[in-house]
Design a protein around this ligand. Structure first.
Ligand SMILES: NC(=O)c1ccc[n+]([C@@H]2O[C@H](COP(=O)([O-])OP(=O)(O)OC[C@H]3O[C@@H](n4cnc5c(N)ncnc54)[C@H](O)[C@@H]3O)[C@@H](O)[C@H]2O)c1
Length: 256
């Protein structure tokens, strides 16, 4: 019997097999969950379908989270497909322009700043607002953040500021949705080599340095992030909300 038998939810952020959201999705499917995945493009949807083993309870629909109309359409369709009930939501989405992930932070353009905030922070509110009415028996929402939202990580720049906003969104949403028994938490993940991570200049050096300094001598694997996601999405974490849980080999406790 799986930990997620009879549970159903929505996952955003599967670009390919390296995506953190894919590791989380695989774990949830293995544990018996039924999932509607929101993908940015039909190309991502085809990639996702190619990854699926036969008989998996997952369907994919396109949804650009910068569009309120597409979010509404997505949740209307997902809600109908899932019989009107959602138990969990995974938000594993971020974007900033390559030019804003290197060099002088002071030169970040207004457009680049707003774009990063919109996709990487505001979208959590957009999907939480659409999901909440379907979480009729309570629910659990998670997002993915990074220590660059708490401390300076050179080149993470505008995304660090967006992650700080995302983590504040987690706390305000947890307060706001708590009375409906909807929990909202973030996983602050150690570096993982994904498509998005490769957009940050010097990512490989940062990954090496962080892994060397972490008490466990390594970052977290996608599977370890998926285990924490399963915990936060399940009733095992039923009194935890508004939390930013570091899953990074302990790197965040280090002073130097
Ligand atoms: N990889 C890391 O080292 C690391 C560390 C900590 C946190 N994170 C966070 O994990 C999350 C997932 O990133 P990842 O590393 O798996 O990379 P990824 O590139 O595989 O995933 C990012 C996803 O965001 C989606 N996306 C971007 N713009 C979108 C939009 N407008 N609408 C809908 N979806 C959109 C992309 O399609 C993609 O699926 C991000 O929030 C990232 O900041 C990653």
């Amino acid at each position: 019997m799986g930990m997620f038998d009879g549970k159903q939810g929505v996952v955003f952020g599967i670009a390919n097999k390296y995506s953190i959201a894919w590791a989380i999705t695989k774990r949830l499917l293995d544990e018996g969950a039924r999932i509607v995945a929101g993908v940015l493009s039909e190309r991502e949807g085809r990639k996702l379908e190619a990854l699926l083993e036969p008989g998996r309870q997952l369907s994919a629909r396109c949804c650009d989270l910068t569009s309120d109309a597409q979010i509404a359409e997505f949740f209307a369709a997902a809600g109908a497909e899932l019989g009107g009930t959602l138990h969990f939501l995974v938000h594993s989405v971020a974007f900033a322009r390559g030019e804003d992930l290197q060099g002088d932070f002071v030169n970040t353009s207004r457009d680049g700043y707003l774009l990063a905030q919109n996709i990487s922070a505001y979208t959590l509110l957009g999907v939480a607002r659409a999901a909440a009415p379907l979480m009729t028996a309570g629910g659990s929402i998670i997002t993915l953040t990074y220590i660059g939202g708490e401390r300076v990580v050179p080149n993470y720049n505008v995304m660090g500021v967006a992650k700080a906003a995302l983590e504040a969104n987690v706390r305000y949403l947890a307060w706001n949705l708590g009375p409906r028994n909807i929990r909202v938490n973030a996983i602050s993940a150690g570096p993982v080599k994904t498509l998005s991570a490769r957009g940050v200049k010097g990512f490989d050096t940062m990954h090496k340095q962080i892994s060397e300094r972490a008490p466990l001598g390594r970052s977290a694997s996608p599977e370890e992030l998926a285990s924490t996601a399963a915990f936060l999405l399940s009733d095992a974490s039923s009194a935890i909300t508004g939390e930013v849980l570091h899953v990074d080999g302990g790197y965040h406790i280090m002073g130097v």
